[in-house]
Design a protein. Structure first.
Length: 459
């Protein structure tokens, strides 16, 4: 949905590190940032270690700057302004509120900025191709400060710098997306960012630890599983959808990338960057990329062109939600395990949101792996729609409909489910029939699995 600057959340600092505790004080000449400035010798040491471990050379210099928290937020706000047109995030937020992903009244831009500003310790700017470190975030305290004085190393600074410099290596060797994604390809972009963050997180820890055994990559993924609950405790005022989408990129990203790392080391990770996954489904279920590859079905919604010929309706948003977003959406209404089960059969989807003055209409067409999966989603979404509207719908196992001020039409045909919300016209059933006839579903074309064994042989 958004392209956020690359960042290193503070809760990951110090995971899996354990040394003897000896109380020593002092500011330390070994710090990456000291007195508000990046120390070249300390930064160069991290760069050399990262190049050795990651196996990729820097093709060009990456400028390093240190800023305070206020400057960092201003830079992030500049990134947002460059990536989104004026009012675009307001429209997207309105759509996600209507869908149920966000609570009413959510200011999407402010919520993202509040989370990133609170968490950010540094980020790689792919537009200016420079590395930005945040002074306050690198002022370690307590146990981490003790560790640093014992080891004579700036553990927090090294981890953040190595993490973000890995993004610079990704950019220089494989290219990072610096603009808006192709229209509707939100889910694929989120999956790609999970690979970026998984790689950078593993590389950051490898740089701090000196090496990373294959089994250690999987162990790190397991240790990060509690981050979602920790974020919920630390940031209860940030909507769960925003928190969990951010955490997904790191936690699920590390787990996914660890599959390649265990089989083929960093060369296997490079292969992922060259041929990234195409859906969050593959990130959540790595076997659907590495073992039994499944590409998502590409869904295109037809029959809506007449609504855009005049000035009445405007396209507010077009998106592919994907398994992760559907799972998070279902968690608003179901226990987490049940929500995961409902979303697990996802095969593809497309959402179109149409706006007219204060009105908003949603057309959401989904494809599922089996009729049972489609039926489970239909039943769940019928209950959601019924709870969202005061009247009782007419419901069968294939159609749920409500007429009136806030009409909707939900229909399942085989492995496909169509949901229409809003007064696009009086006869939503007739509109649904036209959409069914004119929409397309590009087949799920399997791709040749990534041969990590061959990658490993070539190392």
């Amino acid at each position: 949905m958004t392209r956020a600057p690359r960042r290193a959340p503070a809760e990951f600092l110090g995971v899996a590190l354990a040394v003897a505790v000896v109380l020593v004080t002092g500011c330390g000449p070994f710090r990456v940032v000291r007195d508000g400035a990046v120390q070249p010798s300390a930064a160069d040491a991290v760069k050399r270690k990262l190049v050795r471990i990651r196996g990729l050379e820097f093709r060009e210099n990456v400028p390093l700057v240190a800023v305070d928290a206020a400057e960092a937020r201003a830079l992030l706000e500049r990134e947002v302004r460059e990536q989104f047109e004026p009012g675009e995030l307001v429209r997207i937020g309105r759509v996600y509120v209507a869908l149920g992903l966000l609570p009413a009244g959510t200011d999407l831009e402010r919520a993202f900025m509040d989370l990133y500003s609170a968490q950010i310790a540094g980020f790689y700017d792919p537009v200016d191709r420079r590395m930005v470190l945040v002074n306050e975030a690198l002022e370690t305290r307590g146990f981490t400060r003790v560790l640093e004085n014992v080891t004579r190393r700036d553990l927090a600074g090294e981890l953040v710098l190595a993490h973000e410099l890995t993004h610079a290596l990704q950019d220089q060797h494989f290219g990072l997306d610096v603009g808006r994604a192709d229209v509707g390809e939100d889910d694929a972009q989120l999956a790609k960012r999970a690979v970026y963050e998984g790689d950078a997180t593993l590389a950051g820890f490898a740089a701090v630890l000196g090496k990373l055994r294959p089994a250690g990559a999987a162990a790190l993924a397991g240790k990060l599983e509690g981050v979602q609950e920790q974020m919920a405790r630390d940031y209860p005022d940030i909507p769960a959808f925003i928190r969990d989408t951010t955490v997904f990129q790191y936690v699920s990203g590390v787990n996914f990338v660890s599959w390649a790392y265990q089989d083929a080391g960093w060369e296997g990770v490079d292969a992922l960057l060259a041929r990234p996954p195409r859906s969050t489904e593959q990130i959540l279920h790595p076997e659907k990329y590495f073992v039994r590859p499944e590409n998502p079905t590409r869904v295109q919604i037809g029959a809506l062109a007449p609504y855009f010929r005049g000035d009445e309706w405007q396209l507010a948003e077009e998106a592919t939600l994907g398994e992760l977003t559907i799972r998070l959406l279902a968690e608003r209404y179901l226990p987490r395990a049940a929500a995961a089960d409902v979303a697990a059969g996802w095969d593809g989807d497309r959402l179109l949101a149409l706006g007219r003055d204060d009105e908003l209409a949603l057309v959401w067409l989904t494809s599922w792996d089996s009729e049972q999966d489609a039926s489970e989603f239909f039943t769940t979404w019928a209950r959601v729609l019924a709870s969202r509207h005061p009247d009782t719908p007419v419901t069968t196992d294939t159609i749920a409909a409500l007429e009136g001020v806030a009409p909707y039409h939900l229909e399942r045909r085989g492995t496909k489910v169509l949901a229409i919300e809003g007064a696009l016209e009086d006869d939503l059933a007739g509109l649904a029939d036209r959409i069914w006839k004119r929409s397309t579903f590009e087949p799920n074309v399997p791709f040749v699995p990534l041969d990590l064994a061959a990658v490993a042989r070539d190392r």
